[in-house]
Design a protein around this ligand. Sequence first.
Ligand code: MBD
Ligand code: FE
Length: 301
Amino acid sequence: MVKVTELGYLGIGVKDGAAWKDYAGQVVGMEVADDGEADRFYLRMDNWHHRIVVHTSGEDDLLYIGWRVGGPDELDAMEEQLKKGGVAVRRASQEEAMERRVLGLLKLTSPGGNPTEIFYGPQIQTAFPFYPARRRHAGFVTGSEGLGHVILKEDDVPAAYKFYTTMLGMRGSIEYRLPVAPGIVAQPVFMHCNDRDHSIAFGIPTDKRINHLMIEVQNIDDVGMTHDIVKARKIPIAMGLGKHSNDQAFTFYFGNPSGWLWELGWGARKATHQSEHYVGDIFGHKVESKGFGMDLDLESK
Ligand code: MBD
Ligand code: FE
């Protein structure tokens, strides 16, 4: 079977492009790049052309998610695999592939309605290294682990599990059992496709397509520095600093200008490839601001 190898890129739609440039650049320390296109700009985290396309189209939500495969043969085989599995898939045109700065591209939709792309051959700018918009201690953790992880809306959890395992070749399981109301237990599922503990999770009710994007830094001081900036700007913190039980990353969650969350973390362990589940986190992760769809009790217990 063909397997995706990493979460390669995201496209998001935003109302306030100026606020997003300030947030991604000055709060988070990404590079904001402009190719002179009126309707979009790019966020860089490494020497890829981009990891995030910000379309100023107004949705304030995820527009598409890009999963990588190794090369052209894997893309052909993936198209076959999806068709055999009954998934409606379209081979994108050369123009559409170039728009994403990749060599080849399939377009499909996940069971939860998330526009999903599978690509190979991203443009890597070897002579245009990552140049953060603000001072920072070190870079982001990307490489073979992709850009980070996302929690997406997938209302039919068994259908989503089947799609990400049998169609995209990922592995995972329920990793937490969290009481959310009398008689109701949230059981989020976390899936991996490389050494990153999880590249996607679902099973938490969300209004938008996306609940959060997690990005990881190489130096813990960048978590602290960003936390100071978030506090100074009074940006809402949905969940305070803490350490997850599954990836054991030290993280916190804060609002972005579109009203969903970014999670910034450091020190994640590698995927274990064997299922485990937890009833809480190691420490911290106390809910601070409600209403971001992360009103979960992850506190240690
Ligand atoms: C995560 O990254 C996360 O977002 C949640 C809710 C639980 C464990 C790890
Ligand atoms: Fe997360």
